[in-house]
Design a protein around this ligand. Structure first.
Ligand SMILES: [Zn+2]
Ligand SMILES: [Zn+2]
Length: 76
């Protein structure tokens, strides 16, 4: 899988991880490794704080979206 963000920039970089939110490939330059809320079920998505504090991979756009939506209880 190729990095989606790099593809947008016209680069062809192998992904080293997959965003847990959108499922897109991300290279090491574009992945963000952080604790995220926990998903339960499908729709409506219910988020709750991650009790296990496991760092997961998200891509840059999803990272920004999560921050903007104030879904990170530990941050907001
Ligand atoms: Zn990339
Ligand atoms: Zn993503």
């Amino acid at each position: 899988m190729k990095c989606y963000e790099c593809a947008l920039e016209g680069k062809d970089t192998d992904a080293v991880g997959i965003c847990i939110v959108c499922g897109r490939g991300v290279c090491k330059e574009h992945l963000i490794h952080e604790e995220t809320p926990v998903w339960e079920g499908n729709y409506p998505i219910q988020l709750k704080p991650d009790q296990e504090h496991i760092k997961r991979i998200v891509c840059v756009p999803c990272h920004i979206a999560l921050k903007e939506n104030c879904l990170f209880n530990e941050v907001c």
